[in-house]
Design a binder for this molecule. Sequence first.
Ligand code: NAD
Length: 546
Amino acid sequence: MEILKSPTGNQLNCKGWQQEGLLRLLLNCLHPDIAKKPQDLIAYGGSGKVARNYECLIRIIDILKNLENDETLLVQSGKPVGVFRTFSFAPRVIMAGALLVPKWSTWETFYELEKKGLTAYGQSTAGSWSYIGTQGILQGTWETFNQVAKKHFGGNLRGKLILSSGLGEMGSAQPLAITANGGVAIIVEVDKSVVKKRLLSSVIDVMATSLDEALDITAGYISRKEPVSIGLVGNAADVYEEFVKKGIVPDVVTDQTPAHDLKSYVPSGFSVEEAAELRERNPHIYEEKALKTIKRHVSAMVSLKEKGAVVFDYGNNLRTQGRKAGLKGALFPSFVAEYIRPLFCEGRGPFRWVALSGDPEDIYRTDEVIKAIFKNDKRIVEWIDFVEKRFSFHGLPARVCWLNYRERVLFGEIINHMVRIGELKAPIAITRDHMDAAAVASPFRETEAMKDGSDAIADWPVLNAMLNCCSGATLVGLYQGGGVGIGYSIHSGMTVIADGTEEAEKRLQLVLKSDPALGVIRYADAGYEIAKEIAKSQSFPAKAVF
Ligand code: NAD
């Protein structure tokens, strides 16, 4: 299969920038520098795909190139199924992905249907073509470890040992975020070639092949309170058990292996190649072995928690798989309930923007502007300074920054203006992660332990998607299974192309207000005081009428 690359520059391949922006984002998800397996159309997160198959990808590209400015393409689980005449302000693409009727929402049914070619797993941003590589999750990870530091260690992680696993496309954000908060990271990764890749791209500082070697290296850094990150080649379950046996208790323990999908998690005793062979030959036995390993992995985390470590589930449904394997009880909390929810209550979430020109200077210019307009917000300024220094661009240059509902609309308008006056070389795609206030229902992650018990209520992401369609987003999608796997989440994505036109300004004004404001209403409705106050305030851009 030919690996297709996103066009760059300011020449159109489509009939308008709204379609062109989506075409570039779609192909960017498969850029070899950011995609996990571009040849299989997998962007990240175990098996998150951008299209059902290669033929569908080629058809989508062709349709986008010929799509009129008043037409809308419908994509059903990565397959283009129809083009409708709508109107110019409507989305150019709407999508639904991996959705199954609730009683049928299991991995077993999903795989059966996938085998028949009827569905595809889009994770979150892969399916909605807004994946931008590790940076997409970096600030969420940075915010999480920042909150961990504030809540448990007086504001930073200096001199603290953090144990985690998985150096995949999302998991790679961990060493950067931990060291940015001053900590010492040991990240266990079963695939040696992945550890080497992360070493070459400076995501980790050192590679180790045994726990003793890793501990020897970290000892000096911990006593000097200096940050360092070690990529340790090994299976997470084996290494976590070794910590328990040695009686060494890290300060923080978490995990980002792809535990949401038993077919992606590598069982103990298997190399990556042996695992691939067994997965192909006997998927049932493979899953059994993966589940047994996860049981040991989770049990070791519980033991470390009992011995005093701060332990949390990092959004991969590890605890649920542990319970499936026979473990009982609460085990340990989820990172969202512990650290991220207060941000959602303020309508603060993972805003991101992508330079469709392909020119890094466009992003650096927006960096200068965001730092100038929000100069009094230390968190925004520190974040942009950190990410500029530590993160080189891969694929289309992009930036992510958690902003609240007022900041998103202001910055969106400014970006559109910069495109209009020619300060940027081409339009900018404004988008976000699905892990946002109104965008997701996920009872083991974003909506775990809601104040009013509304954890499993999935109306909000559906309303969110419909509202974004009415408000004029360029792309809107509704999916299930992102992060935690089939049956455990429903979530929506959106993108608006800021092409400098008045119409784009209107789209941005409406979408960037409605999208986070619905999040504030969702948390206010659930009884969170900060959200209630914001929803009642004069400047709130919607009428909260619940
Ligand atoms: P990925 O598939 O790109 O990478 C997973 C990595 O884990 C691979 O490098 C793999 O070799 C390694 N691995 C597999 N089994 C292992 C084992 N037993 N021990 C050690 N290493 C092992 O996945 P990703 O995109 O990095 O996502 C990781 C998980 O995080 C997924 O479950 C995903 O759904 C979830 N996720 C969480 C968030 C969040 O906000 N916290 C966001 C997106 C995704």
